[in-house]
Design a protein around this ligand. Structure first.
Ligand code: HOZ
Length: 428
């Protein structure tokens, strides 16, 4: 495929935007080559500035679970836009989407909307600190909770893709309050809690990790975290920015039956517009201003266009809950198909999957935490990425990102993808 115009646009962009992109992973630095500039998208396909059609396995990093330009979402946004795009005052639609979200997700009474997953996680931790009156937090190596200071300690996603999981600019003072644990290692978490007695406000975790590839929790891990939190008066925060409204209506809390104290959302909840949210039971949420002392605010929070997109998306998912099964089946089909062709060609690999999140690791050993994710062969990943791209298949341009499956994919699209993997595997 030819990407001439994309490359020219990238050159122009680099003159006025750092690295030519507004979010680092998009720059393709981890895989080499120039990023693709998108012109438009519909259903399962991206159409780029050179006129190529690509089957999309990123789907805006999650939100487009029902496909690009999904008509009910587009219509809702267009209708809302005609009536004004921002007021900085309450609107009825905010209550409507809040009621719907609270009815879909177990164990939450109230929800507050913000503009991104970063904001949601940052605010959730502040709320946990304000509620427990403790300062320290535990996060897991390779988990990514957005780019606010407390989280850029051994962060996954773009941070680790660029080899800077601990970002300059985060002060030692901030870093000292973030304690780092190993994903899927309960003993390690217990040790950290015991050496920081009565100082830990919360444990924040991606209950199915998606920022070091897809890494599901091992059996008993989340349940163990729940017990430790209960025993030590620590709040458990599930960062469901990726998993919320994707793995099940009620996210991981519903799918795996483990309750969190605070849950954060992003991606699907905004239907492709910039929305984040955090939610909890009433006694915790009432600590937020204006009811309580923990401050959090935003001019564009609850923006009417964003709320219209989110409400249309959640309404669809609520009414068509068979979509979650359909997504799982399609992802299983892809898993089996790609797995089979890599085995046929003797390519060492591991495929991780849960529901509609999946990642291919060129690694011999099971990928269960950051260390094992980082042990994968990045050269093989790069070749795989470009081999797929050459055949019109767009997967995440980093081995540390999960793929997000959309229900707009047909089985013909999946077969085309598996066939592209077969051809690619020949030259790995
Ligand atoms: N941090 C996002 C993936 N985990 C990437 C966001 C983007 O580049 O759009």
């Amino acid at each position: 495929m030819i990407y001439k115009r994309s490359s020219a646009l990238f050159k122009e962009a680099q003159k006025v935007i750092p690295g030519g992109v507004n979010s680092p992973v998009r720059a393709f630095k981890a895989v080499g080559g120039d990023p693709i500039f998108v012109k438009e998208a519909k259903g399962a396909y991206l159409y780029d500035e050179d006129g190529n059609r690509l089957i999309d396995y990123i789907n805006s990093w999650g939100p487009m679970i029902l496909g690009h330009a999904y008509p009910p979402v587009v219509d809702a946004v267009v209708e809302k836009a005609k009536k004004g795009t921002s007021f900085g005052m309450p609107t009825e639609i905010e209550t409507k989407i809040a009621e719907l979200a609270v009815s879909m997700v177990p164990n939450i009474d109230k929800i507050r909307f913000v503009n991104s997953g970063t904001e949601a996680c940052m605010s959730a931790v502040r709320l946990a600190r304000g509620f427990t009156k403790k300062d320290k937090i535990i996060k897991f190596a390779g988990c990514y909770h957005g780019h606010s200071d407390s989280f850029l300690i051994q962060a996954g996603s773009g941070a680790v893709t660029f080899g800077s999981p601990n970002s300059p600019g985060v002060t030692a003072g901030t870093a000292k309050d973030t304690l780092l644990a190993r994903y899927n290692d309960l003993e390690n978490v217990e040790e950290i809690i015991n050496s920081n007695k009565d100082e830990i406000a919360c444990i924040i975790i991606e209950p199915v990790a998606g920022n070091m590839g897809c890494i599901p929790p091992v059996k008993g891990f989340l349940e163990g975290l729940r017990s430790l939190c209960d025993a030590h008066n620590i709040l458990l925060i599930f960062d469901e920015v990726m998993t919320g409204f994707r793995l099940a209506k009620g996210g991981v809390q519903e799918l795996l039956g483990v309750d969190a104290d605070i849950v954060t959302f992003g991606k699907v909840i905004g239907g492709g517009l910039p929305v984040g949210a955090f939610a909890a039971r009433e006694e915790i949420m009432n600590h937020l201003a204006p009811l309580g002392p923990v401050y959090q605010a935003g001019t564009l929070s609850g923006n009417p266009l964003a709320m219209a997109a989110g409400l249309a998306m959640l309404t669809e998912l609520n009414e068509k809950s068979e979509v979650f099964d359909s997504l799982t089946k399609k992802t299983e089909y892809l898993h089996e198909g790609i797995g089979k062709v890599l085995i046929e060609k003797n390519i060492i690999h591991t495929i991780n999957r849960l529901g509609s999140m999946i990642s291919v690791h060129f690694s011999e050993k099971p990928v269960v935490d950051f260390e094992s994710a980082a042990a994968g062969n990045n050269d093989t990943f790069k070749k795989f990425f470009h081999g797929m791209l050459d055949q019109g298949i767009y997967i995440a341009p980093s081995a540390f990102e999960t793929w997000f499956i959309t229900d707009a994919l047909s089985y013909e699209d999946l077969d085309e993808t598996i066939n592209a993997a077969r051809i690619t595997a020949e030259s790995l």
